[in-house]
Design a binder for this molecule. Structure first.
Ligand code: C5P
Length: 234
């Protein structure tokens, strides 16, 4: 299991500072909406120059033509993982898979993993009820969306680690699970709802865990990352 640290900052210098502080403990970094919108793509070049792997978390959700063109453009940045929303529909997912493959073969680019966001970890069963989504639970709905993602040729999904087991059991162990909503025992849950500890995520079979504030908001982010790694490896 790999740890992805979420660089949720509004300033590229703060992001670089965090990466330098954490050092060799973490290899994967997530560039999400806040950092990308405020700083642009240069953070990706910088992370690559530091030999880090990049998850570009822009969660594209639009009509098939627009979403697939955005995915192709993202592939040119050299990101290792990119994502789209599974709720954008099967046609959108299929077109994104197709265009990504075409763009990578045309330009001889390494193909990034294309991952589908299912139900955000900040939502729970109450959201499904409020939105009249006729499913039993977040887990059931996540599995349905993950099944569509697999059918459309995506490499895996973003979900809570609470759903990793059911996804792997139903869709195969090589279908990748990227799981945010990670909180070490006793940490502040903040706006997340479907949370899991790093150690439990490992036991549940997550391939990647995404950790933001438990590292970025810590007084000593390097120490926070070290403690999480220690907890996982114990
Ligand atoms: O600070 P925290 O650990 O809650 O950060 C989690 C990160 O993962 C955020 O950058 C958030 O955008 C992202 N994320 C999420 N839930 C998803 C997909 C991405 O929390 N389903």
């Amino acid at each position: 299991m790999e740890i992805i640290a979420a660089l949720d900052f509004d300033d590229i210098n703060k992001a670089k500072e965090l990466v330098k502080k954490v050092g060799s403990n973490i290899f994967y970094y997530k560039v999400g909406l806040e950092l990308f919108v405020s700083s642009g793509p240069s953070i990706i070049d910088w992370l690559k120059s530091e030999n880090k792997k990049v998850f570009l978390d822009l969660k594209f959700h639009d009509i098939p033509n627009t979403a697939s063109r955005a995915v192709s453009a993202a592939a040119n940045y050299g990101a290792d993982i990119i994502n789209i929303h599974t709720q954008g529909g099967k046609q959108m997912m299929q077109k994104c898979v197709e265009e990504l493959q075409n763009e990578c073969s045309r330009k001889n680019l390494a193909k990034p993993l294309l991952i589908g966001v299912t139900v955000l970890t900040s939502l729970d069963d109450n959201h499904l009820i409020e939105y009249s989504i006729n499913d039993f639970s977040a887990a059931g709905y996540v599995l349905k969306l993950a099944g569509f993602a697999k059918e459309c040729g995506l490499d895996g999904v973003v979900s809570s680690a609470k759903e990793t087991k059911i996804i792997k059991e139903n869709l195969g162990s090589d279908f990748i699970t990227v799981t945010p909503g990670i909180r070490p025992a006793g940490a502040d849950i903040t706006d997340q709802k479907r949370v899991v500890t790093p150690k439990d995520a490992l036991h549940l079979g997550s391939d990647y865990i995404v950790i933001g504030r438990p590292i970025t908001a810590a007084k000593d982010p390097a120490y926070a990352a070290e403690l999480i790694l220690k907890e996982i490896n114990e």
